[in-house]
Design a protein around this ligand. Structure first.
Ligand SMILES: Nc1ncnc2c1ncn2[C@@H]1O[C@H](COP(=O)(O)OP(=O)(O)OP(=O)(O)O)[C@@H](O)[C@H]1O
Ligand SMILES: [Mg+2]
Length: 404
């Protein structure tokens, strides 16, 4: 069993004797790491350096009185649970303090040891619960957002696919026609070269130059090639959108995660080998119910992202492990890292920092959808600019039946 960590607490109290008394009382009844501030300014200064879990706050301080003290503390954006501990037994003030965000209102001299300790414990539990609530709310919003984007994506992909089909097919026909016309012109040119009428020869050569026929011939070829590669790019995006919306459901089966990773490495090895050495640390894993092809797609994108984030030479490490009812896959790279303000955007569809022909920005949004919606798992990222990035996936070993 592990011993719980001590509770970090900031005691804001101007009177020395009371502060000593409360400190002793807390230390006698629980495991606390206590810091004291004797005025508002000192409390604010402390909060700039440390983030306690609980603040026991006297409202009447030498430099601030009443609810102003609470408001000044809340304005520091502290995440600590604030418990008022004051001398004034004023119900109206107590109600206002609770409305403004205090977790409890205790009165000095009327609160026995157990009441104070209980108040701290309950305040911490309420804070924790509130935090969980906010987290699951934002996760729900995220997955709803993904689902509606998925539907939109499927519709757009379908609409683009048909016209793209005939544009590409027409470009190939144009290419063939151009080859034929070029051959025909070459034939005409060689016939003309042996023509007895010198004047006609010079006139046609002059027209050819003036009308930039040779330049047009070359440029036509380039134009068709560029249009074809643009078409290819659109097809890739459509393909990405289709995977994103998962209109093509695949087999759900029990599979070895380590095998899926090894197979994927073989496929992307060409993209990785010049950039990174690969370290594998595979744990002993049970079979996991999953869509193997989809998981392979996720791993592939994480490996390619890792390699693309490495400028010259680096390392990519893949670790797998098993704890209780989950398996974990962690993919780390020693690449550029991701700035904190970008971390919230990387799972958004079409967010990319890569050159136009390198990334569509769909990789991580597809990965997010596959892991959270199709496998009821989690995907998290930790990154430090200049040091590297780790993506961690967890997958449940037992899943609900409904994972379409
Ligand atoms: N391992 C990583 N290191 C640094 N940045 C990363 C890493 N993985 C993702 N990113 C950032 O997140 C962005 C989005 O990644 P995502 O895989 O969704 O799209 P992409 O790689 O740009 O394009 P695509 O995957 O569609 O080819 C990337 O453009 C990059 O800025
Ligand atoms: Mg990618």
């Amino acid at each position: 069993m592990t011993t719980p960590a001590p509770i970090s607490l900031l005691l804001v109290e101007d009177e020395d004797t009371i502060a000593v008394f409360i400190k002793a009382l807390l230390e006698e009844n629980g495991d606390f790491l206590i810091q004291r501030a004797a005025c508002l300014e000192e409390a604010q200064k402390t909060l700039r350096q440390v983030e306690p879990e609980v603040i026991l706050l006297d409202l009447n301080l030498p430099d601030s009185i009443g609810l102003d003290t609470l408001q000044a503390m809340l304005a520091t954006k502290t995440t600590a649970a604030i418990i008022i501990m004051t001398g004034s037994n004023d119900e109206e003030l107590a109600a206002k303090a609770l409305q403004q965000g205090a977790q409890d209102y205790l009165i000095k001299g009327q609160s026995n040891n157990m009441l104070i300790i209980k108040s701290i414990r309950y305040a911490l539990e309420r804070k924790q619960f509130h935090h969980q609530l906010l987290l699951s709310q934002s996760q729900m919003l995220q997955s709803e957002k993904m689902a509606s984007i998925g539907q939109l994506a499927a519709g757009v992909a379908h609409e683009i696919n048909n016209p793209m089909g005939f544009i590409t097919s027409n470009l190939h026909t144009l290419q063939r026609y151009l080859d034929r016309l070029t051959d025909f012109m070459a034939l005409q040119a060689s016939a003309l070269a042996t023509h007895p009428d010198q004047k006609l020869q010079t006139e046609i050569a002059g027209q050819r130059k003036r009308m930039q026929i040779d330049h047009i011939k070359e440029d036509l070829q380039d134009l068709i090639n560029e249009s074809l590669s643009g078409g290819q790019r659109v097809s890739e995006i459509v393909q990405g959108l289709r995977s994103f919306s998962r209109t093509d459901q695949q087999q759900h089966e029990k599979a070895s995660i380590n095998d899926i990773i090894s197979d994927t490495i073989k496929i992307v090895w060409n993209e990785l080998k010049y950039k990174a050495t690969l370290a594998e640390d595979f744990g002993d894993l049970p079979l996991v119910p999953c869509f193997p092809h989809q998981l392979g797609q996720v791993i592939m994108n994480l490996l390619v992202n890792g390699a693309q984030a490495i400028d010259q030479q680096g390392e990519i490490t893949i670790r797998t492990s098993h704890q209780d009812d989950r398996v974990t896959i962690a993919i780390s790279d020693t690449g550029s890292g991701i700035a904190p303000d970008k971390l919230t955007k990387i799972f958004d569809p079409f967010y990319t920092t890569k050159k136009i022909d390198k990334g569509t920005g769909l990789g991580l949004s597809i990965a997010y959808d596959i892991i959270t919606n199709k496998h009821q798992g989690t995907i998290d990222v930790q990154s430090e600019v200049g040091m590297g990035t780790t993506f961690t996936i967890t997958l449940p070993i037992l899943q609900e039946e409904d994972n379409d």
